[in-house]
Write a protein of this length. Structure first.
Length: 273
């Protein structure tokens, strides 16, 4: 019970990796508040948390809205009395995979508002509450294996993920004097609903696995266990780091020609999943 009696917000916690983190947190004793943009996903997430024996709550939250960020912190403190852990898991990609030369200001602003601005101010709001409490806390940001890949088909998304890793360092330095620990997770291919839709295309799925040295995709439980480690005392001397959980995939981003029957264009499209 490494997180016994801790209170956590998981922004973007109603599905996928975020929900996996929420479920692992409650198994280690935490109380959780999951934020998301749809009531249906929120209701389903709370049902899953309660079915696992946890104490949880859903707060509708668009991380691009400062009002929503203030509200989720306030609702958490109102319900549980404090905030110990903030996980910034919300993120979006550009489904059109527009080339850098054709990116519009509207596309740029939409992705950055969620992926980077929302993370910047969500962490700030959480940290303000932790500082007021006076006994430290934890912030975990969700980056991606794409943070170090220069993909012209995902120019804004990869830029935002690289920015998250620098933001994590800045937060760690700024908040260390208040005993607030900040780190990031950088997942590769993970078994989420989105990845399961990809799995219906055997050729594409085989390519993902063949380009991952461990020979498989990861699980949301594995992501959750990493988050528990980063939220617990076990990682108390780890600050400002981006921990990759990708089965080595980042090392195999651009293999030699002929490695697979899937084109580089197809593969680049998959790198955002």
């Amino acid at each position: 019970m490494k997180l016994k009696d801790k209170v956590a917000i998981i922004a973007g916690g109603t599905k996928g990796i975020g929900l996996g983190i929420a479920l692992e947190f409650i198994r280690d004793g935490a109380k959780v508040v999951v934020g998301g943009s749809t009531d249906a996903n929120g209701k389903a997430a709370v049902a899953a948390i309660e079915a696992a024996g946890g104490d949880g709550m859903f707060v509708k939250c668009d991380v691009a809205s400062l009002t929503d960020l203030d509200n989720i912190v306030a609702k958490t403190v109102e319900r549980f009395g404090r905030l110990d852990i903030y996980v910034a898991s919300a993120g979006i990609n550009d489904a059109n995979k527009t080339h850098y030369l054709d990116i519009s200001p509207e596309q740029y602003d939409r992705i950055m508002a969620v992926n980077l601005r929302g993370m910047f101010f969500g962490g700030q709001r959480a940290a303000q509450q932790m500082v007021a409490q006076g006994d430290g806390g934890v912030i975990i940001n969700m980056s991606s294996v794409n943070a170090h890949l220069a993909l012209d088909s995902q120019a804004v998304y990869t830029t935002s993920k690289g920015g998250i890793q620098q933001l994590t360092k800045v937060q760690a330095v700024a908040l260390a004097p208040y005993n607030i620990k900040v780190n990031a997770m950088a997942p590769g291919p993970i078994d989420t609903d989105l990845m399961r839709r990809v799995a219906s295309d055997k050729k594409l799925m085989d390519t993902i696995i063949s380009r991952t040295p461990q020979g498989r995709i990861g699980s949301v439980k594995e992501c959750g266990r990493l988050a528990v480690f980063l939220a617990s005392e076990d990682s108390d001397f780890i600050f400002g780091q981006s921990i990759y959980i990708d089965g080595g995939r980042g090392f195999q981003a651009f293999p030699t020609p002929g490695y697979s029957t899937v084109t580089d264009e197809d593969y680049e499209r998959l790198l955002g999943l």
